[in-house]
Design a protein around this ligand. Structure first.
Ligand SMILES: Nc1ncnc2c1ncn2[C@@H]1O[C@H](COP(=O)(O)OP(=O)(O)OP(=O)(O)O)[C@@H](O)[C@H]1O
Ligand SMILES: [Mg+2]
Length: 328
């Protein structure tokens, strides 16, 4: 018995993502990249950088350079001091470790702290996966049966996270389950989005919510703090909302034909594993999508206005990198 169990544990160890570090050459190059980075023209910097993803809190780069290639770098520039960035880094490591322990595997990962104009910047890096194997691209290219197969695997991932939460009173993991955060590669499922390590210890959010407000248009900060922040964070701890969020995003990903089959699969999963939760209805998915799309469009418009005022009128630097156009 012991040896069989040992086998399973070893197998899991092999699949799990682990912490890795950068070579000295890579660190030196990133340092130079950061020093020369112009947030308005990020791809003009050295080492052939390419933006491969925009997040709410981060911009994701890859580089076509011998020392940097093969890794995805998530650049986070919201920090103002060491005392903000250090706990964030620790949370990131703990979150990544925990996910891998419970069987939600990430690519190998690591962090690097740099400085920009006396502000610390965090680079969270991961081994790169093939962009065509990331959720939305994969769904676009595959048939309905494989799409459903992937969704079933993702639901299993949700089950690992939310049964961990149910079993641990002292610690719960927040989770952003949408398709763009998963990759299906080499017959393995990878979870990519660990750069916002949401965790509640004894009910207290470990991430400083003020960091989220930094990415908000300054005109809106007080409204968001008052009305939205709690809801936005809560939804990552609610399995039903995590699933609705994933399915509602199929609108944005132009895979509307998958919405009903995914709802059916999700309800089968809920019936079997979470019988106390109400089944998901199409109406809820549609309403969620409308609200979400509206909020983000306004949000981005305000951020662009703010960038315009800062760079063109006040002639100061706008330190965030913004996507040009987000389709929702
Ligand atoms: N390891 C990776 N390999 C290839 N592409 C990646 C990798 N990690 C991220 N990406 C690309 O960048 C996008 C955004 O990355 P990710 O989901 O990790 O961060 P995010 O959405 O910015 O998260 P947050 O807003 O929570 O910081 C992904 O959807 C994917 O397209
Ligand atoms: Mg993401």
């Amino acid at each position: 018995m012991a040896s069989i169990l040992g086998g399973i544990v070893n197998m899991k160890d092999k699949l799990a993502g682990k912490e890795i570090s950068l070579t000295d050459a890579a660190v030196e190059k990133l340092r130079r990249f950061e020093a020369q980075l112009d947030p308005a023209r990020p791809e003009a910097g050295p080492y052939a950088p390419r933006i491969i993803g925009y997040g709410e809190m981060s911009t994701v780069f890859s580089f076509d350079d011998v020392d940097l290639k093969g890794l995805a770098f998530k650049r986070m520039a919201v920090f103002r001091s060491e005392s903000e960035i250090l706990p964030y880094e620790e949370n990131f490591k703990q979150y990544s470790r925990l996910l891998n322990e419970i069987g939600v595997f990430t690519p190998d990962y690591g962090v690097l702290r740099l400085n920009r104009h006396h502000h610390p910047v965090l680079y969270i890096f991961q081994r790169m996966v093939d962009p065509l194997r990331i959720g939305p691209a994969y769904l676009r290219a595959t048939d309905r049966e494989s799409a459903l197969d992937l969704f079933q695997r993702v639901l299993l991932g949700f089950d690992r996270v939310f049964s961990y939460n149910a079993d641990h009173d002292d610690l719960s993991l927040g989770f952003d389950g949408q398709m763009s955060n998963w990759a299906w590669q080499d017959e393995r499922l990878f979870y990519l989005d660990t750069s916002t390590p949401l965790m509640r210890r004894d009910g207290v959010e470990q991430l400083d919510p003020e960091l989220f407000l930094r990415i908000c248009p300054s005109y809106l900060v007080w409204v968001i703090r008052l009305f939205f922040l709690k809801d936005v964070l809560n939804r990552y701890y609610d399995l039903r909302l995590v699933i609705i969020d994933l399915i509602a995003n199929l609108y944005k990903e132009k895979k509307i034909d998958l919405i009903d089959p995914f709802i059916e699969a999700a309800n089968g999963f809920l019936r079997e594993r979470y019988a106390d939760l109400k089944p998901i209805r199409r109406k809820e998915v549609d309403a969620y999508y409308k609200e979400d799309a509206w909020i983000w469009r306004i949000f981005l418009a305000f951020r662009k206005l703010e960038r315009f005022v800062k760079t063109k009128i006040q002639r100061t630097e706008y330190e965030l990198i913004l996507p040009e156009k987000v389709e929702r």
